[in-house]
Design a protein around this ligand. Sequence first.
Ligand SMILES: Nc1ncnc2c1ncn2[C@@H]1O[C@H](COP(=O)(O)OP(=O)(O)O)[C@@H](O)[C@H]1O
Ligand SMILES: [Mg+2]
Length: 418
Amino acid sequence: MSSAVTETEPKPIVACTIAHDLGEFGQLVETMDTELGEHWGDLNFDDAEAFLKSPESEELEFVAITVWGRDEDVLLRAATLINTVKEYDIAVILVTKDVSPAILHQLMRLGADEFIPYPIPQGALSDAIQRISRPKEVIVQKVVEVPVQMGGAQGQSQRATRNGAVFAVHGLAGGVGASTFAINLAWELSHLEKGDNPKVLLMDLDLQFGSSATYLDLPRREVVFELLSDVASMDDEVFQQALVTVDANFQVLSNPPELLPLDLLGPEDIELLIERARSNFDYVIIDMPTTLVQWSETVLDKSDVYFSLIELDLRSAQNSMRLVRALKAEDLPYEKMKYVLNKAPKFTDISGKSRVRKMAESLEIDLEVQLPEGGKQITQSNDHGLSLAQTAPKNPLRKEIQKLAQSVHEIAATDVAA
Ligand SMILES: Nc1ncnc2c1ncn2[C@@H]1O[C@H](COP(=O)(O)OP(=O)(O)O)[C@@H](O)[C@H]1O
Ligand SMILES: [Mg+2]
């Protein structure tokens, strides 16, 4: 650990304990060392506020406030401190010793994010850190702040009366995880609730190398080719016939068996397809090809949110730079574009986090939505043709996509009600 107050050589401090007498919480010191190495400091109740105000607290992600039930004065001070810490948008973990449930309840209501009992059970601090380091609700809200128009989220059942929200997903470099994200976002949106789930369509417009059929183990169908080669004469029936049903509320327009030229479709075709899809579904998720095509702009125009996936590497950085320039030069609806950083560095990976910040700064983009590395389970799940929810429900990537789907749906539903 580092002493937060007297530290002279700058080492980013991402967390602090705040204790009246840290000596009483020896195991907390060990656990913080294990989780964060050198990157944490200790404060007492008197110097906490001054530290929060100082520039050294800039990197602070959370404070662990120790509360000992038998010391009433500390309880009061902890309550005041929680308020102060929350003003700085820093997470609070309470480490409690002999605190009654009633008092704990009150402290949590004041805005503490997590609590762990002392002695700390194995893995409890690490779990709490993981939970607080997820993208926060407000961040998700920012992602979908572009007005999402949808008419059917509350479960209308008639055909062709919906007015679905459209989310495009575009990997800015090959293999950054766009299809994995698109498929699992679609799956989660169609399995949000037990009862009346929204109807979701995944449209694989990566006509040549789309992976939806593989990742969901679906047939590539000739009728899709027929539909795409004559979009102008499509009606609801032709459109429905081309879809493959994954389950009750999840259908897919996968790519056809043959390799198709990307310019088989023109902007008007894409517009017709998206409109047809919107009128039949509550959510339309479009998996885009990595290459920019003549109808990329049409999709950007028609979508409520355009998710651009990148990884923390030079390829992604350079491609994003080119895309940002192109969008700005053409005066395209840049605000719909939301960057998603896949395989983002962990909370405790300080140098990784600073690379993320530098990348965001140099590209002048927000990198608020970050998806964790999910390990081998992700590729295995894709190879088995199943969603992450079915094969690896506890995988951190799955949990993050699930949470994003929930927030997107809540916001969309509120918009409909309003
Ligand atoms: N967050 C992640 N953690 C681990 N593996 C991932 C993650 N996202 C994607 N992958 C894997 O990376 C590979 C490329 O993903 P894919 O979704 O096909 O990318 P894209 O559509 O951008 O080409 C796949 O093998 C997939 O399983
Ligand atoms: Mg793909």
